[in-house]
Design a protein around this ligand. Structure first.
Ligand code: COA
Length: 149
């Protein structure tokens, strides 16, 4: 497995993973926007070069925000999300970024496990922020933050 900077031509492959891994997938237009050069966006590829996961983040001055992360379902829980997170953290350090924010649905246990591993802590809550298209129920978002040292 290896990690690369995301490119615009990766978007169709990413959109296919987005559809199967998220209950609320982002549109192809949004995914493409977040793949631009001025974002901190990465792909994880298997040994034959297929995309198996990705992370997209934006930054301004000393602050970064994770916009999207997903691993193809049959490759989850193998450390790929952690490798993408570590890549982002290393990039943030190089840019002297001091903090990372993200939003996560409060019942997304696998994402919460990943974020807690990287020392994210809850700093806020947005009530009824997400509409889950599978259950048609609204869900709170947790706002989380990690300091970069
Ligand atoms: C969230 C997600 C990106 C995690 O990626 P991943 O590659 O499975 O994560 P890792 O394998 O690096 O696991 C990170 C830690 O979380 C734990 N973890 C991951 N999924 C878990 C689960 N379902 N149950 C319990 N623990 C879990 C791992 O055990 C690991 O901890 P450890 O290193 O101490 O053992 C992945 O589950 C995913 O793509 N989910 C769907 C999309 C999504 O919800 N994205 C987040 C939106 S905010």
């Amino acid at each position: 497995m290896f990690i690369d900077k995301m490119r615009k031509q990766d978007i169709l492959e990413i959109a296919a993973i987005e559809e199967i891994s998220h209950t609320i997938p982002h549109s192809t237009v949004t995914l493409a926007e977040w793949a631009a050069e001025n974002y901190l966006s990465y792909t994880a590829r298997n040994s034959v070069g297929e995309i198996i996961g990705y992370l997209q983040a934006s930054y301004i001055f000393n602050s970064c925000e994770i916009l999207n992360i997903a691993i193809t379902p049959h490759q989850q829980k193998q450390g790929i999300g952690s490798k993408l997170m570590q890549t982002l953290i290393n990039a943030c350090k190089a840019l002297q970024i001091e903090e990372i924010f993200l939003e996560v649905a409060e019942h997304n246990l696998s994402a919460l496990q990943l974020y807690q591993k990287f020392n994210f802590i809850k700093v806020g809550e947005r009530k009824n922020y997400y509409l889950n298209k599978v259950t048609n129920l609204r869900e709170n978002a947790l706002v989380m933050r990690a300091s970069i040292f």
